[in-house]
Design a protein around this ligand. Structure first.
Ligand code: SAH
Ligand code: SF4
Ligand code: F3S
Length: 439
């Protein structure tokens, strides 16, 4: 009887990329994928710990399977990702039915870890570890656009953030290994890649290279149309990098550069290493090299000690800089991070109130940004049918805006087409397909 697996993924693109690698390993072991967790013999939760509540959510999901396991002892329960790394053996104490707890640095070891489970062991794999190159073929969710890890871990110590504790120290993959992966993807028909790192501008520091040079390397892969990268830390976003992006035609004009706050005192308490003036200068420099650049970011409201005035400085930054999108979050204390222990925590009510007000500013800014697309002809890579209207297809502009237009997906999927934009909303556009091919 073939065994079935099911993976539930929370969190960022890195976690999604890790899940694709775990799925690839399970495929190679002869498991079959299923969508239904209750029909699976092996259940994986790839968890995220960036905000509070993640652990609770996980425990409630695990409850159902722990119950199932009493009826079916052959069921294998795996907790991977950032909560796994954070909780370690605590997880086993809390849910003794779990077979394997594995941190993000152990993804490539899944097969060996499962062998130990099959031998009757309950395994916790959370030791810090250097991640070697491997031959895993990820089972990718998308056959046009792929994620490519370029740097693991994070050496920053932002005072609110759990990531350095869950993903370990920075470790860059070699440009050669990355190029091989990208070449393989482009040969298989992929049109777009997104280079991934928690702090991607730090790429290469440990191996005598840098992101600008890596972009030049992957740019040479034939067939590839679009190169993206995320996430950028303002501290390392250099003019050399900006100039390289402007020069290389495949590098898309979208930059995700979290700012977190528009107030210098808050930024300093967050240990971000830049001022709001410096952030503004970076965005000005991006726009002077790439006038149509789309900028998005992340922001936190209600960081410990944040005053109303300091919060308004964040709103001001959003109003001044015109972001295409901002992921906003209310500050959430994370175990083991410095800010979680500070006495001047902001009340939930104030956090929610600030979040709503910031979201209104973000929405406004996104709507204004959208207006500039009206009447323009945009190059759109068609990815899928519009899930809400099957007579339409959807894709993205180079600036990462979602676009809908009438069309037949069977002919258009994977095509890069020209679309004249006829309607603009805050976070998406509608248009009409033009007969001229974009490429
Ligand atoms: N490496 C990236 C982002 C990592 S986490 C960077 O440096 O910006 C993704 C986003 O989650 C962060 O940008 C931040 O806005 C948010 N985040 C991280 N820790 C948080 C916390 N404790 N509470 C609320 N939001 C948080
Ligand atoms: Fe977290 Fe800061 Fe590292 Fe980003 S740079 S992952 S916010 S510690
Ligand atoms: Fe979450 Fe870990 Fe990513 S905490 S955001 S899954 S690095």
């Amino acid at each position: 009887m073939p065994q079935h697996y099911q993976i539930t993924t929370f969190g960022c693109q890195m976690n999604k990329a890790d899940s694709e690698r775990m799925a690839g390993i399970l495929d190679s072991l002869g498991y079959l994928a299923t969508e239904d967790p209750l029909a699976a013999d092996l259940v994986v939760f790839n968890t995220c710990s960036i905000r509070d509540g993640a652990e609770q959510k996980l425990y409630s999901y695990l409850g159902i399977h722990a119950h199932r396991k009493h009826q079916n002892p052959a069921l294998t329960l795996v907790v991977a990702g950032c909560v796994a790394q954070q909780e370690g053996t605590k997880l086993l104490r809390r849910v003794p039915e779990v077979d394997l707890v594995m941190g993000p640095q152990h993804v490539d070891q899944l097969s060996t870890l499962l062998e130990r489970v099959a031998d009757g062991e309950q395994v916790v794999a959370t030791d810090p570890r250097e991640i070697p190159e491997d031959l895993i073929q990820p089972r990718r969710q998308n056959d046009l656009s792929a994620w490519v890890n370029v740097i693991y871990g994070c050496n920053e110590r932002c005072t609110y953030c759990i990531v350095p504790y869950t993903r370990g120290v920075e470790q860059s993959r070699t440009p050669e290994a990355i190029y091989q992966e990208v070449l393989n993807l482009s040969e298989r028909g992929y049109k777009e890649i997104t280079l991934l790192g928690q702090n991607i501008d730090a790429y290469g520091r440990d191996i005598g290279s840098n992101l600008a040079s890596l972009l030049r390397t992957v740019h040479a892969a034939p067939g590839l149309e679009r190169i993206r990268f995320a996430t950028s830390h303002p501290r390392y976003f250099t003019e050399e990098l900006i100039a390289t992006c402007a020069e290389l035609p495949k590098v898309c004009n979208h930059f995700h550069i979290p700012f977190q706050s528009g107030d210098n005192q808050v930024l300093s308490r967050m240990a971000r290493g830049y001022s709001h003036q410096r952030y503004r200068t970076i965005i000005d420099t991006v726009r002077s090299h790439i006038p149509d650049a789309a900028i998005s970011g992340d922001a936190i409201v209600g960081f410990p000690g944040e005053t109303e005035e300091q919060f308004l400085n964040t709103v001001q930054l959003v109003e001044d800089l015109q972001f295409e999108a901002v992921n906003t979050a209310a500050y959430s204390p994370r175990p083991g991070t410095p800010a979680a222990h500070w006495p001047d925590q902001i009340s939930e009510q104030d956090k929610m109130d600030r979040l709503q007000r910031l979201n209104r500013a973000v929405d406004n800014s996104a709507r204004i940004c959208s207006q500039r697309y009206l009447g323009r002809v945009e190059e759109v890579l068609i990815e899928a049918p519009n899930p809400k209207d099957s007579t339409q297809v959807m894709g993205r502009t180079r600036s990462n805006r979602l676009v809908f237009c009438p069309g037949d997906i069977t002919h258009l999927r994977g095509q890069t087409v020209s679309v004249r934009i006829t309607a603009a909303r805050s976070f998406s556009l509608t248009g009409a397909l033009l007969p001229v091919p974009a490429r």
